[in-house]
Design a protein around this ligand. Structure first.
Ligand code: NDP
Ligand SMILES: O=C(O)C1=N[C@H](C(=O)O)C[C@H](O)C1
Length: 239
């Protein structure tokens, strides 16, 4: 399949390597919003760009009916608008705050743990993410997804970053930036007696990149237009 890489930075370059190994062709490497002419020459697009560009890039894909997998974080205030636009143009779209298999397993673990802990009010939940110093957004998209899962399955009502002056029902997210850290997320349940902690640590960017390529392949093969989730892709691969 012919792929457009929207964003040819750290992730774009890792995705290129994985996509070529899977027999795809990279027809476009763009560090700016693509033109319709450029998009019409590809089968699918993968957007790992910057927060201020993601919505514009997605709009260009929807208008040209190019299936698009988007991993860019930090633009979610426009997510609903993107969903509407995708439906309006009968396009195909997946956004995932994290495309790696490991983090998607971690999402399942997080949800199960939150359900288990719901009735034990002695435990306070805390979250911390660590990423490299070039990251533009905080907290990470993955931390937001994890926090939303906990909120849905507990008595917490909202998340807060930075994690200061928290009300009882606020889930604090701490973010630390350390050179070259690929992405670490930790959730801690703390009582006076003990702590329970789960951590996912990415050792490289390859897991994110493989997941994004699998999502783009899945979208390109999907007949029905729509807004999909990484869960849909992984469920198909499991069956
Ligand atoms: N969902 C997931 O699994 C993951 C998500 N991410 C997210 O992906 C995004 C990219 O991460 P990363 O590759 O590390 O970041 P980089 O900064 O390394 O790369 C971003 C690239 O986007 C380019 N860019 C700038 N403006 C546009 C535009 N209008 N259209 C297309 N490209 C543009 C930049 O070009 P220039 O330098 O010329 O400005 C740069 O090459 C981030 O939001 C990050 O949080 C990262 C890893 C995993
Ligand atoms: O910017 C990154 O590098 C990453 N961003 C994503 C996020 O914001 O959650 C995913 C991963 O943690 C790496």
């Amino acid at each position: 399949m012919k792929i457009a890489l929207l964003g040819y930075g750290k992730m774009g370059k890792t995705i290129e390597k994985i996509a070529l190994n899977r027999g795809h062709k990279i027809s476009l490497k763009a560090n700016q919003t693509p033109t319709s002419e450029e998009l019409n020459a590809v089968d699918a697009a993968i957007d790992f760009s910057v927060p201020h560009a993601a919505f514009q890039n997605l709009s260009a894909c929807f208008k040209n009916q190019i299936p698009v997998a988007c991993g860019t974080t930090g633009w979610l205030n426009q997510y609903q608008e993107a969903v509407e636009l995708c439906k309006q143009h009968k396009a195909k779209f997946i956004y995932a705050s994290n495309f790696s298999l490991g983090v998607n397993l971690f999402f399942e673990l997080n949800e199960t743990l939150a359900k288990m802990m719901r009735k034990f009010e002695a435990y306070q939940v805390g979250m911390k993410e660590i990423h490299h110093t070039q990251k533009l957004d905080a907290p990470s998209g993955t931390a937001i997804s994890l926090a939303e899962q906990i909120i849905e399955n507990s008595n917490y009502s909202n998340w807060k970053h930075p994690a200061k002056n928290l009300a009882k029902n606020e889930l604090g997210i701490e973010a630390e930036r350390i050179e070259d850290v690929k992405g670490t997320h930790t959730i801690t349940y703390t009582s006076e007696i003990d702590s329970i902690e789960i951590t996912h640590k990415a050792n490289s960017r390859e897991g994110f990149a493989l997941g994004a390529v699998l999502a783009a392949e899945w979208l390109a093969n999907k007949k029905e237009p729509g807004v999909y989730q990484m869960k849909d892709v992984l469920n198909t691969l499991k069956s």
